[in-house]
Design a protein around this ligand. Sequence first.
Ligand SMILES: [Cu+2]
Ligand SMILES: [Zn+2]
Length: 190
Amino acid sequence: MNKRLVSFGIKAALLLLLVVISISLVSCAVLQKVGLSSKPSKQATATIGSASGSNVTGIAVFTQNGDTITLVVEVENASPGVHAVHIHENGDCSAPDGTSAGGHWNPTNVAHGAWGEGEFHLGDIGNMTVSENGTGRIALTTDLWEIGTGSNVDIVGRGIIVHADPDDFTSQPTGAAGARIGCGAIELAK
Ligand SMILES: [Cu+2]
Ligand SMILES: [Zn+2]
């Protein structure tokens, strides 16, 4: 075979290899940015259904990044205004009024309160504002929870509760947040 032809062939092959490597590197980075990486971070989710005769639906997503977990709760068809959101002990929404979810999740055995201020339950997420169109969102990032470890601070198997009223952050042990209008069981994402 012609020497020049062979040399051209090798150069062309190397160039093609370089292009393929670049494309795969870029697409990996893009996929990671949009959260579609083949190796997703640990996640847990809860599908929120209505309770106590409400029409509330929603979703809660817990995503781990290193030592921190970010929770995003989003609801629809809720009454406009301020609604308390908590993690309760049981991932059990079988009772029509949500009472099967038990009390506030409180693995550290402290008083109810406002997140990040003095004593507070590990389930004291806070108050979510629902707008006129019935949608609301609350987010929280913390290193106090774990996902799927089976430890006493593992959020899997617990319940998310959306209340009719705001949390006053002082009344014990519930924050006087009223009826339970939304409930979801927290499960490890597959
Ligand atoms: Cu609650
Ligand atoms: Zn509490």
